[in-house]
Design a protein around this ligand. Sequence first.
Ligand code: KIV
Length: 277
Amino acid sequence: MENTLNRHASTLTPNATALLKKSGELITVLTAYDYPGARLLEEAGVDWILVGDSLGMVVLGYPDTTSVTLADMIHHTAAVSRGLSHTPLIADLPIGTYATPDETLKNAKALIDAGAHAVKLEGGVSHAPQIKALASAGIPVMGHIGMLPQRVREEGGYKIKGKSPEQAKSLVEDAVALEVAGAFSMVVELVHPDTARLIQKAVQIPTIGIGAGPHCDGQVLVTHDLIGAFPWFRPKFVTPTLNVGDLIRGAAQNWIQQLKRSRGPVAENGIPLSGKG
Ligand code: KIV
């Protein structure tokens, strides 16, 4: 089916995304960390691309996002940007880079200079001043509420948020604060579906869910989870549609076995000339 969303960086404004939300068409967001990943996702027609700090786990081999630096994000944002011609590109501000509005502005500008069209940061009411500073400076900003991966160590794991009425109320307040401060959208991560529905109804800008059930205006996934490219860990809420890990292992094993079994010369493409497998 033809995707009717207008995929262009200029659509990352609260007014434009509120219209998208009203249209009822679900917004699709996937993560990319490098040139080929970005180019393939754009060719597939995804609406927005996120250089998430999930980079830390699925590309850099850290246990969580808390070791990712601004330099890492700049490096990967630039690579992703080179793979895109028109898809809006959002980049995460990593941990420790947005404590004050001034620091947030400075670091967000560095990501914009690297090719991002917008930035994302974690937090609700607590980070309204940072969101406001970005929006006032003309930098489109996405919020992120619910489970905040940059706080995973304090939280002691990835736990569902919004299960109690108190938590639900506080999350709705977070969402409203983000909207009032000027965010164009927000990620709602690991939130109980009933609370995700309350959040979705409380704001005019789109909510993009991950592990938060169906009552969101769009969904985001870590691409490695969707395609099975990080087979050592997969969140419970994702059903991979491909097993890229097995495909890579299989192709490498085939090639290794062909070479080990062959005693003859090897062609330029690395395959034994004898053709004996
Ligand atoms: O870092 C990331 O990839 C994210 C998404 C999971 C929303 O923040």
